[in-house]
Ligand binder design. Structure first.
Ligand SMILES: Cc1cc2nc3c(=O)[nH]c(=O)nc-3n(C[C@H](O)[C@H](O)[C@H](O)COP(=O)(O)OP(=O)(O)OC[C@H]3O[C@@H](n4cnc5c(N)ncnc54)[C@H](O)[C@@H]3O)c2cc1C
Length: 382
């Protein structure tokens, strides 16, 4: 049975899929978006909401950051999208000499590519954010770090897509891709077939499940955990994170990138644990929960009486070099591997739409290619 006929079918109702559907509709394509559960069911509904810039290393990365910020502003100015996007700035704090050395090198490298980042003394770091602990020996201010509630962004952009004519089907899992030779010609869902000239695969960690036989997507699934408290009085508008993650080995079974954000509702959000999922089980492990609770107790015992309103995890597909895959693979357009989705997914949506519209080529997107050299030679990163 045929459910739909369209120009482009997008699979996945997270930030990657919804951003792609919007960018396609902006260009006049007829678009159907399919989501197995509901918009923001996956990682996009479980995020800390931070836009970290410490991973940016090249001029291209900086241009992408600025383009992403412009995109968020344009969505608000031109379409009245409601988001809490704001460039609040973030403090990375060091607690020993090794971390301070790492921070100095990071600041030098990031200043060289034009990012607004500078070193801070201990006093300055603590003045910038009350989340910086007494044990800090210095820090760095990344003025271009920002905040975005990804879940509400996805829901608002999804509503905008529907207003603009995108047909969104929730509770509609895709079972397989329909193919004619090497080309994807649509998908089979639990409600029937959707025929399309192009298929976009934006299914986050589920991406591996439906790629055609013989197609390799070098993704590892990690489980990312966080803790959230009830709202409290203003503590800090800035994000804060420990520099220890800059030094930690990537191969540990459980890593803790200790980060603090106070969101627009006043909730304190502590992240993030990273552990290898080895399955699509999204439940936070007891070990990860203990890191998150222990961080709050150790760093801020005065907040220990606050109610914990959430302690959860979500699954993220991550590549070896931590950059996403935005490519045409096995007859499909793929947008996946977004571990910092607020930073990478909206622009990836624009890029996929540009590819489909013939405004750019796969060659222009070589640094996001599924077969780029850095995905074959490096140890897993985040
Ligand atoms: C706890 C946690 C904290 C995080 N913190 C941050 C942060 O501070 N900053 C940041 O930038 N990023 C953060 N992230 C990562 C961020 O959430 C992801 O980068 C982003 O949400 C990925 O978006 P996506 O659309 O690629 O994937 P997802 O949001 O996972 O969306 C994929 C969608 O595809 C759907 N799908 C899958 N298979 C099918 C199918 N067969 N048929 C139909 N639909 C299907 C799924 O249901 C899902 O809704 C965090 C993630 C977690 C879990």
């Amino acid at each position: 049975m045929q459910l739909e006929q369209t120009d482009v079918v997008v699979v996945g109702g997270g930030v990657a899929g919804v951003s792609t559907a919007f960018a396609l509709r902006e260009r006049g394509f007829d678009v159907v978006l399919l989501e197995q559960r509901f918009l923001a069911f996956g990682a996009s509904g479980r995020s800390l909401g931070a836009i970290w810039t410490q991973g940016l290393r090249t001029d291209d990365d900086v241009q992408d950051l600025r383009a992403t910020n412009d995109l968020y502003r344009r969505l608000v100015a031109d379409h009245g999208l409601k988001t809490d996007f704001s460039r609040v700035g973030g403090v990375v704090f060091a607690e020993d000499d090794a971390e301070m050395t790492e921070l100095r090198a990071l600041v030098d490298a990031q200043q060289a590519i034009g990012l607004d980042v500078r070193l801070l003394s201990t006093e300055e770091a603590r003045a910038e954010s009350a989340f910086v602990p007494d044990t800090a020996v210095g820090g760095a201010l990344s003025a271009e770090d920002g905040r975005l509630d990804i879940a509400s962004f996805v829901r608002s952009l999804g509503a905008l897509c529907m207003q603009l004519g995108v047909r969104v089907y929730e509770h509609t899992p895709v079972l397989r891709v329909l193919r004619h030779g090497d080309e994807a010609t649509g998908v089979l869902t639990t409600r029937g077939e959707v025929h399309a000239s192009a298929v976009v695969w934006a299914a986050g960690p589920w991406t591996q499940q439906l790629v055609p036989d013989g197609v390799e997507l070098p993704l590892e699934v990690v489980r990312v955990g966080m803790l959230q408290t009830q709202p409290t009085g203003a503590i800090s508008t800035r994000l804060a994170r420990s520099a220890s993650a800059l030094l930690e080995g990537r191969s540990q079974r459980l890593r803790f990138e200790e980060t603090y954000v106070q969101n627009a509702e006043g909730r304190i959000v502590i992240g993030s644990t990273f552990d290898r999922a080895e399955s699509l089980n999204p439940h936070l492990t007891a070990d990860a929960a203990s890191h998150l609770i222990g961080s709050l107790q150790r760093r801020h015992p005065e907040l220990g009486t606050l109610g914990v309103t959430g302690l959860w995890a979500g699954l993220v597909g991550i590549t070896m070099d931590a950059a996403p895959i935005v490519d045409r693979v096995g007859g499909l357009y793929v947008s996946t591997g977004h571990v910092n989705g607020a930073l990478t997914a909206p622009l990836a949506g624009q890029r996929i739409a540009q590819l489909i519209a013939g405004e750019t080529t796969v060659g222009d997107l070589a640094r996001f290619a599924a077969d780029r050299p850095s995905l074959k030679t490096m140890a897993p990163a985040s």
